[in-house]
Design a binder for this molecule. Structure first.
Ligand SMILES: [Zn+2]
Length: 98
């Protein structure tokens, strides 16, 4: 049921003052000298800033979004799912055509 959603962290690149989606596997890897975002933007570790995102990289957003099922889309670092009202389903059992 759970689709594999890439674990990313949105970190600001000092190069373009934009928040990119970096795989957490890279971030937790202490040996890395640079991170590579989903959009291929790469930035040295020391030029990454961990602050609240304000400007998201549109390419990262799209690439990240394509991995996420619709009901989780655009959730960024939140734990509470967005409660979308379920449309009432019409019973499809039509007793034949008139
Ligand atoms: Zn990006």
């Amino acid at each position: 049921m759970n689709a594999p959603v890439p674990h990313v962290e949105w970190l600001m690149s000092a190069y373009d003052a934009t928040w990119h989606a970096f795989p957490t596997a890279q971030i937790s890897d202490q040996t890395r000298a640079f991170y590579q975002a989903l959009c291929d933007h790469s930035v040295p570790v020391r030029h990454v800033e961990r602050t609240l995102p304000r400007v998201f990289c549109p390419i990262c957003l799209v690439l990240y979004g394509t991995h996420i099922p619709d009901d989780q889309r655009w959730r960024v670092g939140g734990d509470s799912p967005i409660a979308a009202p379920m449309p009432a389903e019409e019973p499809s059992t039509n007793g034949g055509t008139p």
